[in-house]
Design a protein around this ligand. Sequence first.
Ligand code: F6R
Length: 237
Amino acid sequence: MNIIKVENNEALSEKAADMIEDTLHAKENPVLGLATGSTPERLYEILQKRCHDGKVSFQHATTFNLDEYIGLAGDNPNSYRQFMNEKLFNGIDIQKENTHIPNGVAEDPDKEAIDYEKKLADAGKIDLQILGIGLNGHIGFNEPGSDVKSRTQVVDLAESTIEANARFFNSMDEVPTQAITMGIGTIMEASKIILLVQGEKKAEILSKVLHGDVTSDVPASFLQMHKDVTIITDIDA
Ligand code: F6R
């Protein structure tokens, strides 16, 4: 694994934006895998600015997000679809029909997961996958215990994930307990992966990912087996 240590979140986000820009320039029809959460927020702001300044274009890009909460429609303010529209898609020149996020209110969520996997296969390989990491080592919503070969599927969120997400909702009852997530096997098929790790609270889990065993107890540790992973971390982490 390639590790890039930077001063702060700004430098981390700039570095990740550079790598995305390289992919956008190198490929005719680039396919990007995207994450939500606090970590990539600044990265998405930078990409909007670069697009606005004419440095990058997403016109021929296709994106696939890692996950969506079950039970939240795309127009729910807490859905990952809303997050992506607000934080990135509305501010860049991407064609909305080329942005893919699982539908959290699909009538048959299991079928939605299978269909999502098919859409991914039709688009070809993900050229560059952006990942954040949960405090428990999850990537996407592949919680501890996830299988290395797992594909896009419906999963139960870990108690700690539900608690961490609670800050965005009015009450505990509203916090989703399930999600549709790309599987670890799906993520591992990306040609290139960038894992963004930011903040002191991620230090302990990052140490396990870097120096610990490859184990489903720490899903991100499976990244040790991928041939092209770059971890961009700030000093705090
Ligand atoms: C989000 C996702 C999650 C987050 C992780 C870190 O699409 O799949 O794995 O990347 O929970 O979240 P933050 O960045 O909020 O610490």
